[in-house]
Design a protein around this ligand. Structure first.
Ligand code: C2E
Ligand code: CA
Ligand code: CA
Length: 824
């Protein structure tokens, strides 16, 4: 092998030996170290590059055995190979040896050696080309270093790094594999990466992988990876195409994000819960950003507004709600200022053309740091509620039958009128005169019709500014503002005349008149004015129907007297100045005393005897009725026991006690009576409770219930003054009556008036038909008694036999125990 054949550069093809000079020059100048040695392995020639490599001059090197140039770290393998070559056993060799370089440093070299032969083919020596490997070795060392470094990093890294080939088979996995997923490297190596991916994530993973393989670069996806225990981990994987680099693979970095995914899922779940709540909320929810733009509205909100989400988002709440004609109908109730909640109502022009009332409750939203981050408004459509409220308010202030203002509204208007500085305010009490009779005769429907008609006429005859109200029953009230007495009289007259024409009711005509009491303000309270008008109205009635009476000094004196009488009565009751007298009730068949009616008597210290009708009315006026009745009940029970014991009254005779309407509404009444009656040594059957027809009609349902309960306890129950009230006979059926008392007015007319006789006859017949005892009141003449007996009346009381007497007199005269003569 020639130097040329050994790869030395050549410009011409001539053999080396043909031009020794030229060969020499090339041999010396080449940068590749070269040497020749003889068959003993002793250097015969070296070029300059070789000298530089081993840092010795050529003169010193020639004659040195090759092996003497070895570094002490050399294994000696190369020497053995060279010896074999020189023995002719091989023709060439490639071997590494470590030479001793400058400063004794080891220089690794690659030696290509060839055996040189003479013309006869006998070995002559060897030529060697030496390649300095130290720079290559340096690179190799650096690579090793980097690998170690990378390994160290990989070992310490929490992220998992894997390298796959283009087909996705795992070529390498960093040690994190074991810590993170529990696999040993050998378990997974050469497995397809997709084997470890959740089946739902495989398509996306493979698609991403294919893209990275095809187009290079890197992509990141989220996928689920199964660990050795079969548990799924959420991973974020970044795959980078490093196929064309020294790595020669796809490097995938995986990070376990299970916790993050779970947290995000929890957040999403709670968000969707809130959204579900928001979407199903009854109220509209409206979130605005700090700059006022709407950023969220729930479905209820857009429904309320009648707009689309797109029409609302981006605009401000004020813009959508309050623009144009829309007005805030209620003042804000918040404390004001930024960051505080406020509640208000707005009238909203709904796109459907109908106005809505929206209640808006706005409160600031805080961000995590407590700074204001927009606001949340809760909006509800309160149109219907408000309408209902208005209706209720109207209903609360108006009479349902006539639609006129009721007592409450009238009082309010009156109070308001009195605060105004006008000429004066007039209150007019209008009471229909014959209404009860018509109502009774033609039925309630006709009565209602009549009241509606009256309301309309009063309303139209009053001035526009006047308030016409219905006070209940057949009472109306008119309030006139800014009037003097002359004006007020004129209005009252108009009211009265408006009723002159007959009314059309229930197919027929009805005539009505009214009594009007007028009171004019000077400095009175509303209550005083009303009571003055009431007093005036009674005075008008007493004076004869269809009249106007203006409250004046005379009436004031009367009212004053009434008031004084009330306070005197209160004192008299406390001082026990009242007495009970007893009038016998006589059996018309036998003349025996069936019972005695207790009647209160009051002799005023200054004015002398006060008629019971009068002081009973005053007692009712001033709220003493219940006290009076309780007093009478208790005393009557005691007197009766005493009278019976003394045989001043038959042992089986009952005692009748009058109870007024006010007392009936006293909730503790039944227990109280029962207890007192028994305490006095009587039984309920010994007591007859007398209630007037009108008292029952004040609150018929309640009265019927109470009387029923009293009856159930064994008390006798009587309807007093029967025939004077305005009720029909129908309610008799509902009442658990034991006694019916025919009013004195019928009895008085019995002999002269055939129709009174007919009425009395039918009442008696009816009472007997339902098994109720009939007692006639106020029998003064023997003829009346005779007549009554003839009609089948059971019993009677009257001056014909005895007036009411004091118990002391009953003891003395036997007025309650003797047998009366009823034969004549
Ligand atoms: P009343 O319950 O209808 O009582 C019968 C009235 O007729 C009594 O009048 C009695 O004195 C009177 N009287 C009896 N016989 C005759 C007669 O032959 N001719 C005439 N003209 N009258 C006769 P008095 O005592 O003046 O009582 C009037 C009303 O006062 C009673 O009417 C009753 O409603 C009420 N009253 C009396 N005492 C009480 C009481 O203690 N409590 C209650 N709530 N009311 C009472
Ligand atoms: Ca009575
Ligand atoms: Ca009576």
């Amino acid at each position: 092998m020639t130097p040329d054949e050994a790869g030395l550069g050549t410009d011409d093809a001539r053999p080396l030996e043909t031009d020794p000079t030229r060969f020499r020059r090339r041999f010396d100048q080449t940068s590749m170290p070269q040497s020749f040695c003889d068959l003993d392995g002793v250097l015969t020639e070296v070029n300059d590059a070789y000298c530089r490599l081993v840092d010795r001059p050529g003169s010193e090197l020639v004659g040195m055995p090759v092996r003497s140039l070895n570094h002490r770290s050399d294994s000696g393998d190369a020497d053995a190979h060279l010896a074999a070559l020189l023995r002719g056993e091989i023709d060439s060799l490639q071997t590494e040896r470590i030479l001793c370089g400058p400063a004794g440093r080891p220089v690794p070299v690659l030696v290509d050696a060839a055996l040189l032969r003479d013309e006869d083919g006998r070995p002559l020596g060897a030529a060697a080309f030496v390649q300095d490997l130290s720079s290559l070795r340096g690179l190799e060392r650096r690579r090793q270093q980097q690998e170690d470094f990378f390994l160290a990093l990989a070992q310490r890294a929490s992220d998992l790094a894997i390298v796959t080939d283009a087909e996705g088979r795992l070529l390498y996995a960093s040690p994190a594999l074991t810590g993170m997923l529990g696999y040993a490297t050998e378990d997974v190596i050469y497995s397809p990466g997709a084997d470890f991916v959740h089946e739902d994530d495989v398509p996306e993973t493979l698609a991403m992988f294919a893209r990275v393989v095809a187009h290079g670069g890197a992509e990141t996806i989220t996928l689920r990876v199964r660990d050795a225990a079969g548990v799924w981990h959420w991973m974020e994987e970044t795959a980078s195409n490093l196929l064309d680099t020294a790595v020669g693979g796809i490097v995938c970095n995986l990070r376990d994000i299970t916790d993050r995914v779970r947290a995000e899922a929890a957040l999403r779940a709670s968000e969707s819960r809130y959204r579900a709540i928001a979407d199903n909320a009854e109220e509209g929810l409206w979130v605005t950003a700090p700059d006022g733009r709407s950023v969220y509205v729930n479905s209820r909100m857009v429904e309320i507004l009648g707009l689309t989400e797109g029409q609302v988002l981006g605009r401000s709440l004020i813009d959508v709600l309050h623009s144009g004609q829309r007005r805030v109908t209620r003042t804000r109730t918040g404390t004001g200022g930024p960051g505080t909640s406020e509640r208000y109502e707005v009238t909203y022009d709904h796109p459907d053309g109908r106005e809505r009332i929206l209640s808006v409750s706005e409160s600031p939203l805080d961000d995590a740091d407590g700074a204001i981050d927009g606001s949340l408004a809760m909006v509800s459509d309160i149109t219907d509620a408000r309408r209902l409220e208005d209706e209720l308010r109207r209903a609360a202030l108006h009479d349902t039958l006539t639609g006129l203002p009721n007592r409450a509204l009238l009082l309010d208007r009156l109070q308001h009128a009195l605060t105004l500085q006008t000429r004066g305010t007039a209150v007019m009490f209008v009471d229909l005169d014959r209404f009860k009779i018509i109502n009774d005769a033609r039925g309630h429907a006709a009565g209602d019709e009549l009241l509606i008609g009256v309301a309309a006429r009063l309303r139209s005859s009053a001035r526009a500014a006047d308030t016409v109200a219905r006070f209940g029953g057949d009472e109306f009230l008119v309030v006139c503002e800014d009037v003097d007495e002359h004006d007020a009289r004129a209005v009252a007259l108009d009211l009265l005349q408006s009723l002159d024409q007959p009314f059309q009711v229930a197919g027929g005509e009805a005539m009505l008149s009214a009594s009007i009491g007028v009171a004019l303000s000077s400095s009175e309270s509303a209550d005083a004015l009303l009571s003055h008008a009431d007093t005036a109205m009674y005075a008008a009635k007493v004076a004869g129907r269809s009249r106007i009476r203006v409250f004046d000094a005379a009436l004031a004196a009367q009212a004053e007297e009434r008031f004084e009488l009330g306070s005197d009565l209160r004192r008299a009751l406390l001082a026990n100045e009242l007495e009970l007298h007893y009038q016998p009730v006589i059996d018309l068949a036998t003349g025996q005393v069936l019972g005695a009616e207790a009647l209160a008597r009051w002799t005023h210290r200054l004015h002398g005897p006060v008629p019971p009708d009068r002081f009973v009315a005053v007692a009712e006026d001033v709220g003493l009725a219940a006290r009076l009745d309780r007093w009478a009940l208790r005393l009557a029970a005691h007197d009766t026991t005493a009278l019976r014991r003394a045989a001043a009254m038959p042992a089986d005779a009952y005692v009748a006690v009058n109870v007024s309407a006010r007392t009936l509404s006293d909730p503790g009444l039944e227990d109280w009576i029962t207890w007192n009656v028994e305490a006095a040594g009587l039984t309920p059957a010994d007591v007859l409770i007398e209630v007037t027809e009108s008292a029952i009609m004040t609150d018929a349902t309640y009265a019927v219930a109470l009387l029923t309960r009293l009856r159930q306890r064994g008390f006798g129950v009587a309807v007093d003054d029967f025939g004077t009230g305005h009720s029909s006979l129908a309610y008799l059926r509902d009442l658990p009556l034991t006694v019916l008392k025919i009013d004195r007015s019928f009895v008085a007319e019995l002999t002269d008036d055939a129709s009174a006789r007919a009425i009395a006859a039918s009442i008696i017949e009816l009472a007997r038909a339902v098994g109720v005892t009939v007692v006639a009141e106020g029998v003064e003449k023997a003829a009346d008694a005779e007549l009554l007996r003839g009609l089948g009346c059971d019993a009677a009381q009257g001056w014909l036999w005895s007036p009411a007497v004091h118990p002391a007199e009953a003891h003395r005269s036997g007025a309650l125990s003797r047998t009366y003569d009823v034969s004549a």
